[in-house]
Design a protein around this ligand. Sequence first.
Ligand SMILES: Cc1cc2nc3c(=O)[nH]c(=O)nc-3n(C[C@H](O)[C@H](O)[C@H](O)COP(=O)(O)OP(=O)(O)OC[C@H]3O[C@@H](n4cnc5c(N)ncnc54)[C@H](O)[C@@H]3O)c2cc1C
Length: 329
Amino acid sequence: MTEVPGDSYDLVIIGAGPTGLFAAYYAGFRGLSMAVVDSLPEPGGQVTAMYPEKMIYDVGGFAEVRGRDLVEGLVKQAAPWNPKYLLGRKAEKLETVGDKVELTLDGGETLKAGAVLITAGIGEFTPRPLPAGDGWLGRGMVHFVPALAAHAGQHVVVVGGGDSAFDWILALHPVAASVTLVHRRAKFRAAESIVRQARELGVRIITDAEVTQFIEAEDGALEAVTVAMKGAEDERLPANAVVAALGFTADLGPIESWGLEIDHRAIAVDSTMATARERVYAAGDVAAYPGKVKLIATGFGEAATAVNNIAVALDPDAHLFPGHSSNAE
Ligand SMILES: Cc1cc2nc3c(=O)[nH]c(=O)nc-3n(C[C@H](O)[C@H](O)[C@H](O)COP(=O)(O)OP(=O)(O)OC[C@H]3O[C@@H](n4cnc5c(N)ncnc54)[C@H](O)[C@@H]3O)c2cc1C
């Protein structure tokens, strides 16, 4: 397959979750040039957004692997093939022009491709907002923590009461100067064991309370937050960072209007992972067929099937079987 310059690729992959990242590796292995688009600012999909610190026990070859390490491994595995990552960019529109597919991103940029592989998982994530943090995203407030080191020595306030909020607490506790959890209810949605772990670490947990104000230092950085507590005086907490872990909503959004066969927020595919549209394939959580099991392991297999079939669709003289990677230089 030929190297295509600029905004034109053999394959554009929509979604940099585990399936899309593994597809990027496979596309490189098949000699395809590729771009990977994701609306999140970091690769890793659900793993990065929701459980980077959790151990995963059902990925082949790993007795256990931390979510964050799995994503790092996937990015490293694809790196030799130089995928062009377009992160923080949403795929909006898909058109077929001649024998090419044209994908328009938010902002209007168009990518041309021989084929598109949709690995959009459960869709685009939209974090549930923390109203007091309006205008603070990226200036002190984050919805998830891609790199713990960014919070070394900081006072961090985590807002939320689910598994992710507690995951962040446990992960940040060893590196941050202080970690405080603020939750607006008395009860948590998180697993009891993880709540116990946080308590045993001595993390301050404030319940029946809400962060109501972000306080700016003279240099514009976040300095503190105001916490309103039921039946008590407001408290000012030092805060260099607020992790708003209030959960995400997920939505296939524009993909639903691309003329694909969609059922229960998933795209129907055949055994080659082809969709109802020519040159458009799907794999991972977003792909549906009878007997589908939504797991990382399944997504890896589907990525390999999709990309090898795409290689043949793009070049009918190519072999479907890629050869064994163990024979590659
Ligand atoms: C808490 C939790 C624990 C889990 N534990 C396990 C486990 O132990 N083992 C296991 O196998 N599975 C587990 N899963 C499921 C696993 O995470 C998913 O099966 C896997 O992430 C699917 O990968 P994917 O790449 O297909 O999709 P996703 O990980 O959902 O990635 C899809 C990506 O596509 C992007 N996207 C969507 N629409 C667009 C668009 N229009 N434009 C640009 N980008 C877009 C999204 O931003 C996202 O990054 C767990 C899930 C959760 C929530």
